[in-house]
Write a protein that binds this ligand. Structure first.
Ligand code: ADP
Ligand code: K
Ligand code: ZN
Length: 431
């Protein structure tokens, strides 16, 4: 039933293992120029960390620290021991480099295989990885996990939708990895070809790398007749394989034998009680080449309370709400793009894409939302469309408390990207 012994651990066993691995990680980290200097400066002695609670006394590591350490000040072993590097795609700002030894890669692949096995994939599955390869960890990261599990693995990469569909059909693909915005878009390509994706043998999709809502998940499950499992990871903690939904589809288990997760108040850095929304902070517990301590992910989530019916005690985090830096402030109101997506994806008339534009009229901020409308609704007369437009605007206002200017656009008309979708366009600084 389980892929890895670690899935069977009890709470006590996990915590014992975490403490041992935290101590080992700190000793290893101290060998890197960055942590060596930081520990000396802050008086951190790895030998004095004797309980898990002591982790709170350790300094945080930020994205800026990683940038300042470019290219190799975080290496805890000679560069000759490293066999691969990844560069964060830089959704926000300058990229950062993460190195892996041979052992690090084996460990990462087995974590990834564990995730895939948990949702029901087996060596008999044919698996198509539709995310970008290259420096982005969603490519090789997922790929190596799928191979380790023994799936026939198709490195399709991102984009080229017609070829993706041909591969899916010709090789009777049963499992895929795809980012949510692309999965929504691909359904419109299927429609254009007159193929119903529900007729494919596809049964399981790993979907992550960018935020999406429960409404988008349900929509994808219905459109493709497959199960969609949320997949969370970040380059700094390897990439995919950090936290993953089990078949309960209720929160993502963080692999606690491999990571120490905390949720802190993004302003004060103080730990928050379970159930409260805050910033996820992560420590790698198994990486030898480039350990990272208390990394501020900027990602917002909460620990779910209670036991998961699947029997695994690895703690679950809630669907990611977005990043701290995703928050938009419009007319003094805090808004997250996912609040907008939730409303849009729950409306059947709305198509598969949207774009949020922030603009300024004089001193007043406005929020404009371009919404793709399903083909069958776009042929309606002007009056019907005007009613729909008003209805969308009012549903959104109830959620975000400001009235957006809603613009209905034809399906498939918004710009698409091969990688993570750009949901927000802030033009307030222009002109
Ligand atoms: P970059 O930080 O440049 O985007 P990464 O590929 O390391 O590069 O991206 C990791 C980030 O992607 C996470 O910190 C998180 O913001 C986002 N992410 C990954 N998986 C998910 C998911 N399942 N839900 C929401 N956001 C996700
Ligand atoms: K196989
Ligand atoms: Zn579970």
């Amino acid at each position: 039933m389980y892929y890895d012994e670690a899935e069977k651990l009890s709470r006590l066993e996990i915590e014992r293992l975490q403490l041992m691995r935290l101590q080992r990680t700190l000793r290893q980290a101290a060998k890197s120029p960055f942590y060596g200097a930081l520990f000396r400066e802050r008086g951190v002695d790895p030998e004095k960390v004797t309980s898990l609670a002591d982790v709170r006394r350790l300094p945080f590591t930020t994205k800026q620290d990683l940038r300042d350490s470019y290219p190799d000040r975080l290496l805890a072993m000679p560069q000759s021991e490293m066999v691969r590097m990844h560069v964060s795609s830089g959704t926000t700002g300058t990229p950062t480099v993460i190195y892996h030894t041979k052992r690090d890669l084996d460990w990462w692949a087995s974590l990834m295989a564990r995730c895939m096995h948990m949702v029901g994939l087996r060596k008999t599955d044919v698996f198509q990885n539709m995310s970008g390869y290259g420096l982005f960890t969603g490519g090789l990261g997922i790929h190596c996990g799928a191979e380790k599990l023994g799936c026939l693995t198709i490195p399709a990469g991102a984009g080229n939708s017609q070829r993706q569909i041909k591969l899916l059909m010709d090789f009777k693909v049963t499992g895929i990895h795809i980012i949510p915005s692309y999965a929504l878009h691909l359904s419109t390509v299927f429609a254009g070809l007159g193929i119903d994706p529900r007729t494919l043998p596809l049964r399981i999709a790993l979907v992550g790398a960018e935020p999406y809502t429960e409404e988008a998940r349900r929509r994808l499950e219905a459109m493709y007749d497959m199960k969609v499992y949320n997949s969370y990871g970040l380059s700094e903690m390897n990439g995919p394989g950090v936290a993953f939904e089990c078949q309960e589809q209720h929160g993502m288990h963080v692999w606690e034998d491999a990571y120490l997760a905390e949720i802190v108040d993004p302003q004060t850095g103080e730990p928050l009680p379970d159930g409260e929304l805050g910033e996820l902070v992560m420590t790698s517990l198994g990486r030898e080449g480039m350990p990272i301590i208390r990394y501020r992910t900027r990602d917002l989530t909460r620990f779910l309370t209670g036991q998961c019916p699947c029997g695994r005690v690895h703690r679950r985090i809630d669907r990611l709400q977005g990043r701290c830096d995703d928050m938009m402030i419009v007319k003094g109101v805090n808004i997250f793009p996912m609040q907008i997506e939730r409303i849009l994806m729950s409306m059947p008339e709305v198509g598969q894409d949207y774009l949020i534009i922030l603009e300024r009229d004089g001193y007043i901020d406005n929020i404009r939302i371009k919404v793709e409308i399903r083909e069958e609704y776009f042929v309606e007369d002007m009056r019907t469309l005007a009613v729909l437009q008003k209805r969308i605007a009012s549903r959104l206002r109830d959620e975000i408390l400001v009235t957006p200017r809603v613009e209905l656009v034809e399906h498939n008309s918004l710009p698409k990207s091969d990688g993570k979708a750009a949901r927000v366009c802030d033009r307030r600084g222009e002109g």
